[in-house]
Design a protein. Structure first.
Length: 107
């Protein structure tokens, strides 16, 4: 598990059947009988997963008895970086799913 430096909001990057991340809530300070009580919010503010989708085309050829040699070839057809999760800023959670990628050499 990786943790962000102390000067950043509490964040974690970890592996749980896939790459996952979470940004934990800021500390909460309350007064109990005029004494400050510091409590760290353990409910994640943002949590989600990171993924990668690749579609690759490939061909390999074997030479036989005088047939002209054809070069083996592999090409990336599509590549996508995906993320999805939940954002808890308001009373109700907001679910998101984003996908960025390259499709036939265009972003």
């Amino acid at each position: 598990m990786l943790r962000a430096p102390r000067w950043l909001p509490r964040a974690e990057l970890y592996w749980d059947q896939g790459a996952r991340y979470r940004l934990l809530r800021e500390p909460e300070v309350t007064l109990d009988e005029w004494m400050p009580n510091l409590r760290l919010g353990e409910q994640p503010l943002v949590e989600g997963r990171i993924g990668l989708k690749l579609q690759v085309d490939g061909a390999a050829f074997f030479e036989r008895d005088g047939i002209e040699s054809i070069a083996d070839r592999f090409e990336l057809r599509r590549g996508f970086l995906t993320t999805g999760g939940v954002l808890r800023l308001l009373r109700r959670p907001l679910y998101y799913n984003l996908e960025f990628g390259v499709l036939q050499k265009d972003f």
